[in-house]
Write a protein that binds this ligand. Structure first.
Ligand code: GAR
Length: 193
């Protein structure tokens, strides 16, 4: 059974999709813990499933590295085989990435390498992109630059707002993330950087 820790910052709908998928023993993975950088509303999904949670707030640390060390200690306490960034909105320093690499993956709401960073949906809209989508990738030390595992396209509609487009992306994203974690759990997908 693949042991997974998920990190979030927001509403946790991707986390919820993973928790739901893990209900089936055939899926091959279990979410052992969920962490966040703030008291994110998405932590409620974990609590509903009886999964332990932790919050490591960067505001309580002198440096990013010290924050990341504390976050890493919390993650490693659960001895995960895989760590999933599912809407985790902070860039992780090299010490964190190196400790978990290549078993650290991220889901991002664009067709990388287009529109990396924290405002992918807004940036795609303002660039007038006709197509955007979602990318699941292994995390390396860059910002959304690691090896890609899967991508899916979503069409931008004429009347799309940031929120309508992001909601449509997230429908596709949840399916794709669940599928990638299933493939890793069932050893159909090998991770490397
Ligand atoms: C997702 O669309 C995820 O790709 C994005 O935040 C959303 C979280 O939604 N992440 C990033 O933009 C990271 N750069 P959720 O909290 O409902 O799962």
């Amino acid at each position: 059974m693949l042991s997974v820790v998920v990190l979030i910052s927001g509403s946790g709908s991707n986390l919820r999709a993973l928790l739901d998928a893990c209900q089936s023993p055939l899926f091959g993975a279990k979410v052992r813990a969920v962490g966040a950088d703030n008291p994110a509303t998405g932590l409620e999904h974990a609590e509903l499933f009886g999964v332990p949670t932790f919050v490591v707030d960067p505001g309580r640390f002198e440096t990013r590295e010290a924050w990341a060390d504390a976050l890493l200690a919390n993650v490693q306490h659960f001895e995960p085989d895989l760590v999933v960034l599912a809407g985790f909105m902070r860039i992780l320093p090299a010490n964190f990435v190196q400790a978990l690499s290549p078993n650290l993956i991220n889901t991002h709401p664009s067709l990388l390498p287009a529109f990396p960073g924290a405002h992918a949906v807004r940036d795609a809209l303002s660039a007038g992109a006709k197509t955007t989508g979602v990318t699941i990738h292994v995390v390396d030390e860059g910002v959304d630059t690691g090896p890609q595992l899967a991508q899916r396209e979503v069409q931008v509609e004429v009347n799309d707002t940031q929120s309508s487009l992001h909601e449509r992306i997230k429908v596709v994203e949840r399916e794709l993330l669940v599928d990638v974690v299933r493939q890793i759990a069932q050893q159909q997908l090998q991770l490397s950087v």
